[in-house]
Write a protein that binds this ligand. Structure first.
Ligand code: ATP
Ligand code: MG
Length: 518
């Protein structure tokens, strides 16, 4: 007897149908641990488990499914409990990882799972899943509002807009964190919620940062998410996603949020550890093939959404650490290509006392300048050129002793500009004061001030602008007009000129009285 093709197919169909029925009765809700170690567990029997699902290991221990293999799943453990052993039972929760969100989180310090670690109770009413798709193209709007950092060098030359992703990149100990913290401090009273995500840092460093933010009154609008150096790599991997999930809830309510990821180098390293332990194939520098996606999916979630979709924004300041200034390494180039510009901090500038040590030549902001107010654009139009001219001349002047007058002028001016652009930590400047300082640079009003008195000049000018009637009025006018018309230009010029003259006069008196020249 011969079988027809249609018969064969009907037999196979029937078998498949019966198989799936049998399969339904099979309990795939509970599995068994095959192996466990280094924060990774291999679990068999969970053939229904989904990618990213939370598994219950008992005793309050959880893990996320990261690998779906043919006959086992690879799980990243969220706690290092000793009760998790080979042969132990694991249950599905059918939930993906989610964290509590909402205004209750303001002023709190959380771990990567969104649980409080500051010793106080926390009750949130809403939860959000941690891994989400970024806002689509049609819901977005271009960056059109400035996010002021309060750092004169950044706000003038590498301005940041709300919704932008600006990378802070540089060697270790070059003031990267300082730039981000100052930016958070500067958001006081500006109705911006801030989130600082600390990945792989020492707990003592984080404690200092929290203390600093408290002193500056910035904890009133800031949330801190911590996955310290001693914590498991799955938690370090999760922390930035937890941070951005909290931010998204606020953005959807129409708020502006600033989020700092300090730093993504350590995040990439924790992901590499995780992937190697999960036995994923290693690629360049032993990172897994999807390490680009790791950061792209995170940073794409920063956005400025349009009015129809709440009009909120998430501005992201990721930080990347380089090795001896090498920005062409794997992870730095990845993140540079994902972000809308970078602030490059240089070790040599930092060590020479130029702080914040922003290297003007390597730093760029691709969208922020469209968000700058007109007055700021007017006073910074020639600054970048002047500084790069100075840098070039200075290199050249090292080799020759007699210089022509125009070169000397550029050098003298450049030195004064760099001196006045130095700024201490925790002292962000208001935009109108920045504009006045930049105005005095542009119009060469500072040319007669001796370099060694530049800092005291700056301090006195800031005081004058904050406390004296003339200064306060000028600031008010700049803030309301947002543009320097010819009448305002004349006014600023005459007020600052008078101020400079009287400052130089006090120097003269001081010199005569003390009988020395410093
Ligand atoms: P790491 O690589 O360790 O994270 P970092 O690049 O984040 O370092 P910071 O921790 O911000 O650097 O700064 C390094 C040191 O320099 C700190 O002690 C800080 O107080 C100091 N510093 C940073 N910025 C300034 C500044 N503008 N003026 C004076 N000191 C500063
Ligand atoms: Mg740092």
């Amino acid at each position: 007897m011969s079988l027809k093709a249609s018969d064969i197919s009907s037999i196979i169909k029937k078998q498949i149908q019966e198989f799936s029925k049998k399969d339904m009765n099979f309990t795939s809700e509970e599995g068994q641990i095959l192996s466990v170690g280094d924060g990774i567990a291999l679990v068999s029997g969970l053939d229904k488990a989904k990618l990213g699902e939370l598994l219950d290991f008992g005793n309050g221990a959880y893990g996320i499914v990261l690998n779906l293999e043919e006959d086992a799943v690879g799980v990243a453990l969220m706690s290092s409990q000793t009760s998790i052993k080979e042969g132990g039972k694991v249950k599905r929760t059918k939930e993906v990882v989610s964290v509590g969100v909402g205004d209750e989180l303001i002023g709190r310090v959380l771990n990567a799972l969104g649980e409080p670690i500051d010793g106080k109770n926390l009750k949130t009413t809403k939860k959000r899943t941690v891994f989400r798709i970024a806002p689509g193209v049609m819901t977005r709007e271009s960056v059109n509002e400035p996010l002021e950092t309060g750092l004169i060098l950044v706000d003038s030359l590498v301005p940041i807009g709300k919704g932008q992703r600006e990378l802070i990149i540089g060697d270790r100990q070059t003031g990267k964190t300082a730039i981000a913290i100052d930016t958070i401090i500067n958001q006081k009273g500006k109705n911006v919620n801030c989130i600082y995500v600390a990945i792989g840092q020492k707990n003592s460093t984080i404690a200092q940062i929290v203390e600093r933010l408290k002193i500056a009154g910035a904890m009133e609008y800031t949330t801190i998410v911590v996955a310290g150096a001693s914590e498991l790599s799955p938690l370090q991997y999760l922390a930035p996603y937890t941070g951005v999930t909290i931010a998204e809830e606020w953005m959807e309510k129409g708020k502006n949020v600033l989020i700092v990821y300090d730093d993504l180098t350590k995040h990439a390293i924790s992901y590499r550890t995780l992937s190697l332990l999960l036995r994923r194939p290693a690629g360049r520098e032993a990172y897994p093939g999807d390490v680009f996606y790791l950061h792209a999916q995170l940073l794409e979630r920063a956005a400025r959404v349009n009015k129809k979709h709440s009009g909120g924004s998430i501005t992201a300041l990721p930080i990347i650490e380089t090795q001896s200034g090498d920005i062409s390494a794997y992870i730095p180039t990845n993140v540079i290509s994902i972000t809308d510009g970078q602030i490059f901090t240089s070790e040599s500038l930092f060590n020479s006392g130029q702080r914040p040590a922003v290297d003007v030549g390597f730093s760029v902001s691709r969208v922020g300048s469209s968000a700058q107010i007109k007055a700021m654009k007017q006073v910074t139009s020639s600054l970048k050129l002047e500084l790069s001219q100075f840098n070039e001349m200075q290199a050249f002047a090292q080799f020759s002793s007699d210089l022509d007058d125009s070169t000397k002028k550029i050098l003298e001016h450049g030195k004064r500009v760099y001196e006045i652009l130095k700024q201490n930590q925790y002292s962000p400047l208001d935009q109108s004061i920045q504009i006045v300082i930049l105005f005095s640079i542009k119009n060469k009003l500072i040319k007669d001030i001796p370099i060694e008195h530049m800092q005291s000049f700056k301090t006195k000018l800031i005081n004058f602008m904050k406390k004296e009637k003339n200064g306060i009025e000028l600031r008010k006018e700049i803030s309301t007009k947002k543009e320097i018309d010819s009448q305002l230009e004349k006014r600023i010029f005459s007020v600052i000129k008078d101020f400079v003259d009287s400052f130089i006069k006090t120097l003269g008196i001081f010199d005569i009285q003390s009988g020395e020249n410093n």
